[in-house]
Design a protein around this ligand. Structure first.
Ligand code: GDC
Length: 336
């Protein structure tokens, strides 16, 4: 018997990549849902059943979960620091998506539910220095997450736990640490630092400009996870017998300045940096501690940051140099 898989947020970055894994697998029937009009989906597959609808509405979550075995929920209103710092209410409204999907999963007797959480749930006090120890899963409590977006993710993690305890729904939850790669947003306001900085250096080189804008002083640190590693980690956790919350991130902690140096090497083009101290900066330092996932699931990333950035840079360059439909990766105002 074929299993029916629902990917929510399939028109977005991670959801699109996950859907692409199942699209040609004869063991699965693929259902995809996203709030965006279909022409704006980052990837779309003809052999899937595709729904463009608002998953904040209960009737819609009931409709798309009908006869579904497994649900992957990537649907949320999100973006890089420039978006989440200025759209806290919009980010928190994504709680309706997760809540209504969980209710529908029970109503339609779905078997397993995956929720994509974020490193933004971690306690701010642990992220005050530039280079920090990797964040362990236990560092989310006592709770002091990123305002807006982080609170919604932490609340929804708990909702999954309680649906599991109270209604017997099998759930899997991971915390992604800044996922990047091809087919991701690179312009328009929702882009995260890796794509934004690749785009800025590509445009500087193309237009012979000597300087790019950098948010903050460039000394803030992050770890970034390449999309292929993210998808593998997601599936490994989903298929495991563990219902604990796991980090899916990289332990390669770099400053934004160090990442810019890598991109300069890839581009073979050097730029001066105009540090914009008034722009959204987020936490001072953040990185993943992967001990728990390595020990229990056996997952760790395969791509170095340099390898992942090389592929991402090439893809963004191709889009800028005349790839089709640039708008769909750029428009920041489609999802409301
Ligand atoms: O946007 P982001 O990648 O999100 O920013 C990382 C750091 O890079 C910030 O300190 C930001 O100020 C700096 N930065 C410098 N220049 C630029 O041009 C730029 N654009 C952007 N976007 N940033 C620049 C993210 C969340 C996600 C998510 C992950 C989980 O926070 O926005 O939604 O869940 O975290 O790890 P970041 O890492 O702060």
């Amino acid at each position: 018997m074929k299993k029916k898989i629902l990917v929510c947020g399939a028109g977005g970055f991670i959801g699109g990549h996950l859907a692409s894994i199942f699209k040609d697998d004869k063991n699965y029937e693929l259902v995809c849902a996203d709030i965006k009009p279909k022409e704006y989906w980052f990837q779309i597959f003809d052999n899937a059943k595709n729904f463009s609808l608002d998953l904040k509405e209960y009737e819609n979550t009931l409709k798309v979960t009908k006869d579904v075995d497994y649900i992957f929920n990537f649907a949320c209103n999100m973006g890089g620091m420039g978006f989440i710092e200025n759209n806290k209410a919009e980010c928190m409204l994504s709680v309706l998506v997760n809540t209504n999907l969980l209710r529908s999963a029970i109503e339609n007797s779905c078997k397993k539910y995956f929720f994509s959480s974020s490193a933004c749930v971690y306690n701010a006090l642990k992220q005050k220095q530039t280079f920090v120890s990797g964040l362990k899963e236990t560092d989310a409590y006592p709770a002091d997450p990123e305002d807006g977006y982080g609170w919604e993710k932490l609340f929804s993690e708990r909702m999954c736990r309680h649906f599991s305890e109270d209604f017997g729904l099998e759930t899997r939850v991971v915390r992604y640490h800044n996922i990047y790669g091809p087919q991701g947003t690179f312009d328009g306001g929702r882009e995260k630092a890796p794509a934004a900085l690749c785009r800025k250096i590509i445009l500087a080189k193309k237009n012979n400009l000597k300087q790019i804008d950098v948010w903050g002083d460039g000394e803030q640190t992050r770890s970034f996870l390449y999309i292929d590693d993210c998808i593998k980690g997601t599936l490994d956790v989903f298929n495991s017998g563990f219902s604990d919350v796991f980090n899916v991130g990289s332990e390669e902690q770099v400053s934004i300045n160090q990442m810019i140096e890598m991109i300069e090497e890839i581009a073979d083009y050097k730029v001066k940096r105009n540090y914009q101290l008034d722009k959204p900066k987020g936490v001072r330092g953040r990185s993943s501690d992967n001990s728990l996932i390595e020990k229990n699931i056996g997952w760790k990333p395969n791509h170095s940051l340099k390898e992942g950035l090389t592929k991402t840079y090439k893809w963004i360059n191709d889009q800028i140099e005349g790839g089709t439909n640039i708008d769909k990766f750029s428009k920041s105002n489609i999802v409301k």
